[in-house]
Write a protein that binds this ligand. Structure first.
Ligand SMILES: [Zn+2]
Ligand SMILES: [Zn+2]
Length: 162
């Protein structure tokens, strides 16, 4: 469990690290073990606006219970973490324009299109998602004027993604 790999002293954690840790906890709730993904939208003060993890729709059996639903080598049973966070915001009437998205993986192409339309400021992700048009997705985000940065648990300072 990644959460316990952190080693910090009281008061040393900055707001970026705080959100990274929250994002990993959110990811740990994913119900499809083919993609353990968490997404957290925060405002400019690092306040959490919405969270989402990769999982089956509310009230439906998840992959852990009935197995994956594979189409073109992807499990399609779940709603992606980013999409669930956007749905949560819509459900609660929370504005996401101008926010920053923290995610354990970079978005797939579909999620990137949704994120571009949200007009957020930045996407911070831990790992590069290479299938599902992951590389094209990053190009799309850049074209949409959204900053892209990596974060990792070994070095929590965000690095510029080129
Ligand atoms: Zn699955
Ligand atoms: Zn996606």
């Amino acid at each position: 469990m990644l959460l316990y790999q952190y080693n910090w002293k009281c008061g040393e954690m900055n707001k970026h690290e705080y959100i990274c840790k929250i994002t990993e906890v959110v990811a740990s709730k994913s119900t499809c073990n083919r993609a353990i993904v968490g997404a957290v939208f925060v405002n400019e003060d690092f306040e959490v606006r919405a969270t989402g993890y990769n999982g089956a729709p509310r009230g439906f059996k998840d992959c852990g219970e009935i197995g994956h639903l594979i189409e073109n080598e992807h499990c399609v049973r779940t709603i992606h973490a980013e999409q669930n966070a956007i749905i949560q915001a819509a459900k609660n009437g929370t504005r996401l324009q101008g926010t920053i998205l923290y995610s354990t993986y970079s978005p797939c192409y579909t999620c990137a299109k949704m994120i571009a339309n949200l007009r957020i400021r930045k996407v911070m992700f831990k790992k590069l998602y290479t299938s599902g048009g992951g590389k094209e997705a990053l190009k799309l985000l850049k074209e949409a004027g959204i900053t892209i940065e990596f974060w990792s648990t070994s070095n929590l300072s965000p690095n510029n993604f080129n």
